[in-house]
Design a protein around this ligand. Structure first.
Ligand code: SAM
Ligand code: SF4
Length: 466
């Protein structure tokens, strides 16, 4: 019987959360999760399709498993998540030793599917995906993305005092470059009562910080109680939960950044003043080709509203460089927007054409890779200079930090009681703060006096101000 499972995850926070849920489901069904493929009965990859590079990594990892599969043909090899939904049978054709392809809308059935595959004498490739939203009725497609958000004990989460909570599934925006609406299905909001119950359980279990997840989290809309509950209404309810100290939410869509939401961020003490609102480009021509549904002017107006209503908010963004038709002038406008908006940080991606998107059908991938790379580096350099300028004035301030754990270098050393190690934590504005302390501080919220700052990290000392 297949009982030891190895699971590797690539991609966004939604995938990290899915993997946590998969592990919970498997452990509750009696499986053991192991940390090496070498002694696993099933080797699973939870995959990402947003950029080509993420898919290439998985296909190479699968290639490396071929000798193992020849030696131990009974080992089950499975591809889960977005790439499974996107490539489907193509995965079996490209990697004939894969047994199992399971889309993100089917992961809740994994224990049962694994059981069935293990019991087969002659294994057939097993494909479990949701319906194609281009071909079937919306209500059927929605149902075929099976909701799976089981309770998960602290020991099965990445952190005992932080947790992600899904509040929305899928996406309806269909930005021309993006594969997410195809692989994650139609936009659906979870009922507020269900989200609040999950947050309550997490808080009772010692969780201090929750991050609400959705592709366009600020378009949250729950009609299950006879009236429309928006994200701001949900935040009011979550803010009341005893034990919870911080509430964050990602990712925001610029057009839905309404005043009621900004007022909720301003007025609710537990809601962190941290807003990730990707703009993607500073050029109206590009925004139109991307079908983002707003102009640079309206995005700037939104930033001004944020600054007026929540002056202390840290705003972060995503950019795509080298999208179809991007001229040097278009790119300059992105640089200009980064300078003007003074984002806390920006994630910058080189455009990667995704088969199955509108851009792949109709808009040529015509910016050479070396130009994409140059623009990526240049935009990042401008952003980093701004991050550094804006971090420097924090030196001398006391910032409240949730201590997440030992830094990467400290993790390599064996834990020893009250030894002083380098710790890492985060502020409410999502700034990373590094300081020295004992491991007993992990999971606490405490003030740290900032003594040094670079573009990415603040360095400080606990208790320096007292
Ligand atoms: N829903 C979120 C939004 O609209 O901002 C983001 C979802 S996506 C997983 C995260 C980021 O990946 C996007 O903001 C975009 O910058 C980037 N991205 C999406 N498709 C891409 C593509 N085809 N090539 C390069 N970057 C891409
Ligand atoms: Fe993709 Fe656009 Fe939806 Fe974000 S809003 S997931 S970029 S389609």
């Amino acid at each position: 019987m297949t009982k030891r499972v190895y699971l590797e995850t690539v991609g966004c926070q939604m995938n990290v959360l899915d993997s946590e849920l998969i592990v919970s489901g498997l452990v509750q069904a009696g499986y053991e999760v192991v940390d090496s493929p070498r002694n696993a009965d099933a080797i699973l990859y939870n995959t990402c399709s947003v950029r080509q590079h993420a898919e290439d990594k998985i296909y190479s990892a699968l290639g490396r498993l071929r000798p193992l599969k020849e030696r131990r043909p009974e080992t089950i090899i499975g591809v889960l998540g977005c790439m499974a939904q996107k490539d489907q049978n193509l995965i079996f054709r490209r990697a004939g030793h894969v047994d199992l392809v399971v889309g993100p809308g089917q992961i809740g059935r994994l224990p049962e599917i694994l059981e069935q595959v293990a019991a087969q004498r002659f294994r057939e490739p097993r494909l479990e995906v949701s319906l194609d939203r281009m071909k079937e009725r919306r209500s059927l497609v929605e149902e075929s993305f099976v909701k799976f958000d089981p309770p998960r004990p602290a020991e099965l989460r990445a952190s005992a005092f932080q947790a992600m909570v899904r509040i929305m599934f899928g996406c309806d925006k269909f930005c021309t470059y993006c594969i997410v609406p195809t692989v994650r299905g139609p936009e659906q909001s979870r009922p507020a009562a269900e989200v609040v119950a999950e947050a309550r359980r997490l808080a009772a279990d010692g969780c201090l910080e929750i991050t609400l997840l959705g592709q366009t989290v600020n378009s949250y809309k729950d009609a299950s109680e006879g009236r429309i509950l928006r994200l701001s209404d949900l935040l009011v309810r979550l803010n009341e939960i005893d034990g919870l100290r911080r509430i964050k939410f990602v990712t925001n869509y610029p057009r839905h950044m309404s005043d009621d939401l900004l007022q909720a961020v301003r007025d609710l003490p537990k809601v962190s003043p941290y807003l990730h609102v990707p703009v993607q480009s500073g050029s109206n021509e590009q925004l139109k080709r991307m079908k983002r549904g707003y102009t640079v002017e309206s995005y700037r107006e939104m930033i001004e509203r944020i600054r007026a209503i929540v002056p202390a908010a840290a705003v972060t963004s995503d950019f795509i460089v080298g999208f179809s038709g991007e001229t040097e002038e278009d790119f300059r406008q992105s640089v200009e927007l980064v300078r003007w908006a003074r984002f806390k940080n920006s994630f910058i991606f080189k455009y990667s054409e995704r088969p199955g998107t509108k851009a792949a059908d109709a808009l040529p991938d015509d910016v050479p890779d070396e130009v994409k790379r140059r623009r990526n580096n240049e935009l990042l350099a401008v952003q980093n200079a701004i991050s550094l300028e804006d971090n420097r004035p924090l030196v001398g301030q006391d910032i409240e930090v949730l201590v997440e754990g030992p830094s990467k270098s400290a993790q390599k050393r064996p834990p020893a009681g009250d030894e002083i190690v380098q710790l890492v934590g985060r502020s409410v504005t999502d700034h990373i703060v590094v300081f020295d302390g004992t491991r007993t501080l992990v999971g606490r919220i405490l003030p740290v006096r900032i003594e040094k700052a670079d573009a990415f990290t603040l360095y400080g000392r606990v208790g320096a101000g007292k």
